[in-house]
Design a protein around this ligand. Structure first.
Ligand code: SF4
Ligand code: SF4
Length: 119
């Protein structure tokens, strides 16, 4: 049977945390339990076009899935996207068969593919 997963283009994650809340609501999780948790890294100085550091700083954000994630089978059985994918404000997550997502993964760096054990 084809395995499904979520492809994350984390280069454009804005750190809005909508995915965290969408999952907690969908999965009815308790406070402190997460199906996906957004990690914050930084701040890092922004470099100008010559490679020199400016006085501006940015954070990197990476949504990190946990073993609580089951890919929202009740939603996907109805043809809906997983809740976190549906609510991602930057539209950087894509759900589908792993073999199709791998093709997209090969086209661009700064992405990763999440495939849970029950995916
Ligand atoms: S796919 Fe569903 S269970 Fe997994 S993190 Fe997203 S909302 Fe939570
Ligand atoms: S909803 Fe999307 S943009 Fe917002 S933190 Fe989650 S992955 Fe990043």
């Amino acid at each position: 049977m084809a395995r499904n997963g979520i492809l994350v283009d984390y280069q454009y994650c804005t750190g809005c945390y909508s995915c965290e809340i969408a999952c907690q609501s969908e999965q009815d999780l308790y406070l402190g339990q997460w199906g996906v948790k957004v990690l914050q890294n930084g701040p890092w100085p922004v470099k100008d076009t010559t490679g020199n550091e400016t006085d501006k700083y940015v954070y990197d954000f990476i949504p990190s899935f946990t073993l609580q994630c089951n890919l929202c089978p009740e939603r996907t059985a109805k043809g809906k996207k997983p809740s976190c994918v549906h609510h991602c404000q930057a539209d950087i997550m894509r759900y589908g068969p792993v073999e199709e997502l791998v093709k997209v993964l090969e086209q661009k760096p700064w992405q990763y593919l999440w495939v849970p054990p029950q995916g």
